[in-house]
Design a binder for this molecule. Structure first.
Ligand SMILES: [Fe+2]
Length: 456
């Protein structure tokens, strides 16, 4: 039995139907999550900044309007305080001087004084002095803030002081304020957007790490794990992902154990039928893998080579018992029957959809390099490389072990026969490697190793 060899076999079936873009494809930045998150928050930031700006400007206008109202009231009150005596004394000169001094203020649009009958005693616009206001103090025109205060002497109304201020200065102040705010607000918004991009990058990078791990998982890496201890949704998703990968890894290990048991059962079936093959499959597998290593096969190729080497004679299960293990030469019909075992073996292995290559190697493990082998008479590169290696090692090991029809040849004799088949029965490349391995003592070491295992 070959438990150690079989335990090396790993399932290499990859996810066949990958979804999404091909590997290495990178989304344009504008389609990235980072861009979308950053853009959303930037728009929100600009909206908030805009609303704050509008609210501040409205507050500023209300504040400036109230200040103008106070200013108009203060100027009107100044007229009231200073106009009582000139009114009582009919001192038009002082009244005129008073109105003139008030109207000197740049924001004052007009100022006037009305007596208790509604007659304008003095107006900053001289042509209106002396005219009557029949309907009382008129409402201010649009864009004018007006304050009118009655003038009383001993609780008797003797007149009214009126001051109107323009709002041009408010508009100018608003423009100045807005201009002053644009630079700091623009800088703040710019820094805010930059910060949003950086912060978005921190969180999006966590998603990116998860995405890379999912890609690795899709490529068959079941040991991938992502570190993220945060308690948010991404952290929870990451922990669920890690748990899922762990479960998948456990399931794969279980599958490997199941597969190992299946291969062991098949190998045991061959050995039960042909006691002379005991240890043979194990040696063929180990020496074949050693040659595969020297030929720089990749991991998948080595796994398939090893599996095919272990099971290369599995087709003997389907050959009549009398032929297997027959002491003495086979008749022609028996030989033909015996030659069916590579095809039977390939048929036995054909349901293993992930190991179609292995079935192919088993089918062709008796093809000769010059095309004189069976079952298909393939030659040279038409024969899969793994089948060429197994064919060589199978023959070498068969020659150096006792068989029902002959005793074992010496190693030197076997190697001599192998050399005779150089480029004819055998592919020269693995023959060279086999000779090299033998020279370095690896073949003897492998044989000893297998013998020890058999004794256990
Ligand atoms: Fe065979």
């Amino acid at each position: 039995m070959q438990p150690d060899l079989v335990s090396q076999v790993t399932l290499s079936q990859k996810t066949s139907a990958k979804q999404g873009p091909p590997k290495g494809f990178r989304n344009p930045f504008i389609f990235s999550l980072r861009w979308k998150v950053a853009l959303s928050f930037s728009i929100l930031l600009l909206l908030v900044a805009g609303l704050l700006f509008i609210a501040f400007m409205r507050y500023e206008r209300i504040f400036l309007s109230l200040e103008s109202q106070k200013r108009a009231h203060s100027l009107a009150n100044n007229i009231v305080i200073n106009a009582r005596n000139p009114l009582l004394s009919q001192d038009e000169l002082r009244l005129g001087s008073l109105i003139e001094s008030v109207s000197q203020n740049s924001e004052v649009q007009y100022a006037y004084l009305v007596d208790h009958r509604g007659c304008i005693l003095y107006h900053s616009e001289p042509e209106r002095t002396g005219k009557m206001l029949p309907a009382g103090i008129p409402d201010p025109a649009k864009g004018i803030i007006q304050s009118s205060i009655p003038i009383e002497v001993e609780n008797i109304k003797v007149g009214t002081a009126v001051v109107g201020l323009g709002v041009d200065h408010i508009d100018r102040a608003m423009i100045e304020t807005a201009t002053g705010l644009i630079l700091p607000l623009g800088l703040g918004a710019g820094l805010g957007i930059l910060g949003v991009f950086l912060l978005a990058g921190i969180h999006v990078n966590r998603v990116k790490r998860l995405e890379e791990a999912v890609q690795a998982l899709g490529s068959g890496d079941l040991l991938v794990q992502v570190k993220d201890n945060s308690l948010d949704e991404i952290g929870r998703l990451t922990r669920h992902f890690n748990e899922m990968v762990y479960q998948l890894h456990s399931a794969r290990q279980q599958n490997q154990r199941n597969f190992k048991e299946t291969v062991s059962a098949l190998a045991a079936a061959v050995e039960a039928k042909d006691a002379y093959t005991r240890g043979h499959c194990d040696r063929v597998a180990r020496i074949s893998v050693a040659i595969g290593n020297r030929l720089e096969m990749d991991e998948k190729q080595r796994e398939e080579l090893e599996l095919a080497a272990i099971l290369h004679d599995v087709g003997k299960i389907g050959v009549k018992a009398g032929i297997i293990g027959k002491a003495g030469p086979l008749t022609e019909s028996e030989y033909i029957e015996m030659q069916r075992h590579p095809e039977i073996g390939a048929k036995i292995l054909s349901p293993l959809s992930a190991y179609q290559e292995v079935a192919l190697f088993v089918r062709h493990h008796h093809e000769n390099y010059d095309g004189s082998g069976y079952p298909d008479g393939l030659k040279e590169s038409e024969i899969p490389q793994a089948a060429r290696i197994i064919h060589l090692v199978d023959a070498f090991d068969a020659m150096t072990t006792n068989r029902p029809y002959r005793t074992a040849l010496s190693k030197e004799e076997a190697l001599s026969r192998i050399k005779q088949g150089y480029g004819k029965q055998f592919d020269p490349v693995p023959v060279d490697v086999l000779l090299e391995l033998e020279k370095e003592g690896h073949i003897d070491a492998i044989s000893e190793e297998v013998e020890q295992l058999e004794r256990q």
